[in-house]
Design a protein around this ligand. Structure first.
Ligand code: VGL
Ligand code: ZN
Length: 203
């Protein structure tokens, strides 16, 4: 059984959003055309409380891009984004959600960030995604969405860690690129960890 995991295609990560990924909207039609090809489709949703520790605004004297320790791990500080119930946390209206079996929310714990759709950043809390997929007989996952160098990358790495045969579709993701070259670095890390990287035409 093959599952598609759609990561964080939310307004705040799209052009015009609080933490916009350049050309992030270009992947939406690609993802929509892939969805019918899967046995199961799930989505993840970044879903932070307003006082979340990953927001620079919650750390007086700190600015976006600074590093702190959060939950015992290094944390880069972001602009406020994907606040629960805010318009920026919604999925883009053009993204077809008619195939989705379930949405997995993450990043609700004020004191810890959660890039991966599987675990938070110190791997202590579990979203239930791995057990959910395994319970439905899934042995292979394909990951798409935003952002390639953060939530997509960590979702891919955790999927491999959980024993799934894991593929990333390169033209169905885009990177934040805080530093130039972050996209290529993320692709390299995912490939080294055992992910297959392909283009949607070859799927
Ligand atoms: C993400 C930064 C902060 C992502 C989420 O979806 O890649 N990046 N929160
Ligand atoms: Zn976030």
């Amino acid at each position: 059984m093959k599952a598609l995991i759609i990561v964080d295609v939310q307004y705040d990560f799209l052009p015009g959003g609080a933490l916009a990924v350049k050309e992030g909207d270009k992947i939406i039609p690609v993802i929509n055309s892939l969805q019918p090809k899967f046995d199961l489709v799930v989505a993840t949703q970044d879903w932070h409380p307003a006082d979340h520790g990953s927001f620079a605004s919650n750390h007086p004297g700190k600015k976006v891009g600074d590093f702190i320790k959060l939950g015992g791990v290094d944390q880069i500080l972001w602009p406020e984004h994907c606040v629960q119930e805010s318009p920026g946390a919604e999925f883009h209206a053009d993204l077809d959600n008619s195939y989705w079996a379930k949405v997995f929310r993450k990043g609700m714990d004020q004191n810890l960030d959660s890039y991966s759709g599987f675990y938070d950043n110190n791997r202590k809390q579990d979203t239930g995604l791995a057990a959910y997929l395994k319970g439905r007989g899934v042995d292979e996952v394909v990951v798409v969405g935003l952002a390639a160098d953060y939530c997509v990358k960590f979702t891919v790495l955790d999927a491999i860690h959980e024993g799934f045969k894991t593929t990333l579709i390169k033209d169905a993701t885009k990177a934040v690129n805080i530093q130039e070259g972050d996209f290529d670095k993320a692709l390299y890390e995912m490939q080294q960890a055992g992910a297959q990287i392909i283009l949607s035409d070859n799927f």
